[in-house]
Design a protein around this ligand. Structure first.
Ligand SMILES: N[C@@H](CCC(=O)N[C@@H](CS)C(=O)NCC(=O)O)C(=O)O
Length: 211
């Protein structure tokens, strides 16, 4: 693993890119970084489409193998590192259930609310629909965390990493997390894990070689 080569393609504006960078950092994996300029349409060039057929960021290249879809990348990394993937079939099943919920419920509301707040102003009912979706998902996360330490109780997993990275979009969407005390306490636990990096520290704005 120490000699393996990892290159992350992404954008510092992208929550799913942060998700993968956070996982790499928590696993202690050095990686090269290639900035994909979405505003210039670089994600739609034939060169990038040959790396990620869906034309989205992130993508990860591991020793010549092209990987895409952030949660599938996290599952892959958990498999090759033996970290954050759960130890039993029951834990692995619960992790997959959280990942599917994150893509279905947490990501759409939070990412659209952030995007609309930062970059464009849609019709108010559109904004309200996504804001309500985000608030409901955060309330559900708060309820389901209860007094648990981690989403899957045996320890921190890719479920926590994926959901945490998405929750980091709340601030830019002007959504207040402080009333959701279980969520803020859980965020604090993740931020204490060895190798943790904030969104701003994890993602460079320009290309970088592996450290
Ligand atoms: N399901 C994908 C979502 C990735 C995604 O939405 N990426 C956005 C940036 S945050 C993107 O590439 N947008 C450009 C586009 O879709 O054209 C994943 O988890 O990797």
């Amino acid at each position: 693993m120490a000699q393996d080569s990892f290159t992350l393609y992404g954008s510092f504006l992208s929550g799913p890119t942060y998700k993968v960078a956070l996982m790499l950092g928590l696993c202690g994996i050095p990686f090269a970084y290639r900035h994909v300029d979405l505003a210039k349409g670089q994600h739609r060039t034939p060169e990038y489409l040959s790396i990620n057929r869906f034309g989205q960021v992130p993508a990860l290249v591991h020793d010549g193998r092209n990987l895409c879809q952030s949660d599938a990348i996290l599952t892959y990394l958990a498999g090759v590192t033996g970290k954050f993937g759960g130890d039993t079939p029951g834990e692995r099943q619960a992790i997959q259930e959280w990942l599917h919920w994150e893509v279905d419920r947490l990501y759409p509301g939070l990412s659209r609310t952030r995007f609309y707040t930062k970059f464009m102003k849609p019709e108010p009912p559109v904004m309200e629909t996504y804001r309500k979706m985000a608030e409901t998902a955060l309330d559900d996360l708060n309820r389901l965390l209860g007094d648990r330490q981690w989403l899957v109780e045996s320890g921190p997993s890719i479920a926590d990493i994926a959901c945490y990275a998405m929750v980091q979009q709340a601030h830019d969407g002007l959504i207040d997390l402080t009333p959701r005390r279980n969520v803020t306490a859980w965020c604090g636990r993740i931020e204490k894990l060895p190798g943790y990096k904030s969104w701003a520290d994890a993602l460079p704005k320009v290309d970088r070689e592996a450290a």
